[in-house]
Design a protein around this ligand. Structure first.
Ligand code: ADP
Ligand code: MG
Length: 339
């Protein structure tokens, strides 16, 4: 009997991986913007058309890539961010799996333009469904611009599965808000069609919150600050009366990575004790800083779940930080612009 097992061609392997990493336009936005942040971009621009279904483009002024690296960046498991297993526990970058660009390139028509500051000319690569159509020198700004056209053009089932434009746009805005909240020290903008949706100058977290959500938030925030030898918690929690009936304005970051955690959400909710109106959710933007050796980010390809080695200790500090802020909001100015 003849043997029947074969290795899959890269293009198919990439398409399968893409199923996990790129579920919708917003996932591509997240991956591209995270790459821009990892590359040290100070100004990050997002352009979308048709809620990202026909075009999404991220432009940064970060370190750029050499022509060879640009070509390599499209390979699966190709990354500049880790080299050995131990690096996984010293992660300060958003990326490390080396999968995003390969995955996006497998399911879209992608154009990558990039130039390092030290290079006179940049390079432009056009790739379609993992197939590199051409690479050529090009005059371009320092940094990287990646445009993704017709996401899922080669997977009709996936494309048809996308939701309406308003729904897909909402997912994109969610990602944009999370990333721009995590990095108030960088400037971001977002254009959808002909409309400038956000134009966020670099500044303080408090200002970023107001720029994203509106002036009404200014009076409603209480500053959090608590530190132990293991973790530091900073950010703002909303006053109890400002709580809403709908979820969605709860932001928790671990080492600047947005994460979901029912457990830590509970820590914050419990800090409000009886102060919240029934069935309502407080606004919060909380940052946990912790030595990466105490966490495992590699739980899921989208990295929104993480594991702590001592989750209970983290719970206690988060709860206490939120409690102090809520308890003291009557005594201190609502928002400390010097914080
Ligand atoms: P990862 O971010 O996990 O390393 P990606 O597939 O997202 O994997 O990117 C692959 C590599 O391409 C990165 O490690 C980085 O070296 C390079 N890269 C991607 N985007 C950019 C960018 N905007 N600027 C500079 N380099 C980039
Ligand atoms: Mg990446």
């Amino acid at each position: 009997m003849s043997d029947i097992i074969q290795l899959l061609p890269d293009s198919i392997a990439n398409q399968i991986a893409a199923g996990e990493v790129v579920q919708r336009p917003a996932s591509a936005v997240k991956e591209l913007m995270e790459n821009s942040i990892d590359a040290g971009g100070k100004n990050i621009r997002l352009i979308v058309k048709d809620a990202g279904k026909t075009l999404l483009q991220v432009i940064d002024d970060g370190m750029g890539m050499s022509p060879t690296d640009a070509r390599m960046s499209l390979e699966r498991h190709a990354t500049s961010k880790i080299r050995k297993a131990e690096d996984l526990f010293e992660l300060y970058t958003m990326g490390f799996r080396g999968e995003a660009l390969a995955s996006i390139a497998a399911v879209a028509q992608m154009e990558l333009r990039t130039r390092k500051e030290s290079d006179e000319l940049g390079t432009c690569i056009v790739v379609e469904g993992s197939d590199i159509k051409r690479q050529e020198p090009v005059a371009c700004d320092k940094g990287t611009s990646i445009s993704v056209k017709n996401l899922f053009f080669n997977i009709p089932a996936r494309r048809n599965f996308l939701k309406s434009n308003p729904v897909e746009l909402k997912h994109i805005i969610d990602e944009f808000q999370r990333l721009s909240l995590a990095h108030p020290d960088l400037s971001f903008s977002m254009v959808q069609g002909d409309e400038l949706v956000y134009d966020l100058p670099e500044g303080k977290l408090s200002q970023r919150i107001i720029n994203l959500f509106g002036k009404a938030y200014q009076e409603q925030l209480a500053a959090c600050q608590e530190e132990t030898n293991m973790i530091k918690v900073t950010g703002y929690v909303g006053k109890p009366d400002f709580a809403r009936k709908t979820r969605g304005e709860q932001f928790l970051f671990v080492n600047k990575r947005f994460i979901r955690s029912n457990y830590l959400h509970h820590a914050i909710m419990s800090a409000y004790e009886g102060l919240l109106p029934e069935n309502s959710f407080p606004f919060y933007v909380l940052f946990i800083d912790i030595d990466p050796k105490h966490i495992d980010v590699n739980v899921h390809p989208t990295k929104t779940e993480i594991k702590f080695d001592d989750e209970r200790a983290v719970y206690a500090v988060v709860r206490s930080a939120a409690r102090q802020a809520i308890g003291s909001h009557n005594l201190t100015p609502a928002l400390d612009f010097n914080a």
